[in-house]
Write a protein that binds this ligand. Structure first.
Ligand code: BTN
Length: 267
């Protein structure tokens, strides 16, 4: 089964000639790896000056990683993808890319009939549950965008500690998802969005993000390195910062932090 899927994915990505137009001149599909991020970084070390990067996909990961040093559970059936791209934005603009990648995922999932919300900075949720996580890492001239989508597993296949807050496409749609098509569409959307982002001086499309934003207008707790902030979500800034308004009426912009919903008492 996994050999067949491996072949289907490899063929689908190799036939997607459009991907070369985005500068991704190599594609690797692996049955298993520690983390597709690590594979992409190893390629970065070997890429010649003319290469624009490439794409790594794995059927499962033994050491998938998430933001803030967390583990990303990676059983077979889901989508594990890392894209190595030249980092063409100025370093100050780096926080803007991950929310744009979140919009790319949300757009592609909408095409499958799954309506999602983007959780700042870069998760994609369905209802009150996370279906996709994005890890954007930058080193020197390269950026690796790692995307994990819970696709053809069910929540029961995921570790117990995430079951209360996770969902999968299979659970949401009630049937299997064509992961080859999902990957192809996602890469095309990601490449198109990256191109538009660079052409627009690395601005996040703030109105589009707001239209899909989880907890817009709700009170949240933002965990910051210097302590927590409780405030209402107002939107996103062009550079990717989260905009929140405190109870005292101050508008704060957060570039790095973790957001949790504050539920009204009794809700
Ligand atoms: C998060 O929500 O914390 C981000 C999760 C990112 C997971 C993806 S799966 C593909 C790539 N390889 C990894 O090890 N991590 C990313």
């Amino acid at each position: 089964m996994s050999r067949q899927l491996l072949q289907v994915l490899a063929e689908s990505l190799n036939q997607a000639v459009e991907l070369s137009a985005f500068g991704w001149d190599w594609r690797v599909v692996l049955p298993e790896t520690d983390s597709t991020q690590e594979v992409a970084w190893a390629h970065a070390a070997q890429c010649d000056a003319g290469s624009g990067g490439g794409v790594v996909v794995a059927l499962r990961q033994t050491a998938g990683r998430g933001r803030l040093g967390r583990v990303w559970a990676s059983p077979e059936g889901n989508v594990y993808l890392s894209v190595l791209s030249r980092r063409l934005e100025p370093p100050m603009r780096s926080p803007g890319w991950a929310p744009v990648a979140g919009l790319a995922v949300a757009t592609v999932l909408a095409g499958l009939g799954v309506e999602t919300r983007v959780k700042w900075p870069n998760d994609v949720w369905v209802g009150g549950r996370k279906v996709c996580g994005i890890l954007s890492e930058a080193r020197g001239p390269w950026r690796v965008t790692g995307i994990g989508i819970n696709a053809n597993t069910t929540v029961a296949d995921l570790p117990e500690e995430v079951r209360a807050t996770a969902t999968t496409l299979r659970d949401e749609t009630g049937g299997p998802v064509d992961t080859a098509l999902l990957l192809r569409n996602l890469l095309l959307e990601l490449g198109t969005r990256e191109r538009a982002y660079l052409a627009d001086e690395c601005r996040v499309p703030v109105e589009e993000y707001r239209s899909r934003m989880l907890w817009l207008g709700d009170e949240v707790r933002v965990t910051l390195s210097g302590g927590d902030l409780v405030a209402v979500v107002e939107g996103i800034r062009e550079d990717g910062a989260l905009c929140v308004r405190t109870a005292k009426g101050a508008l704060e912009a957060v570039l790095v932090g973790e957001v949790m919903h504050v539920r009204p008492a009794g809700a």
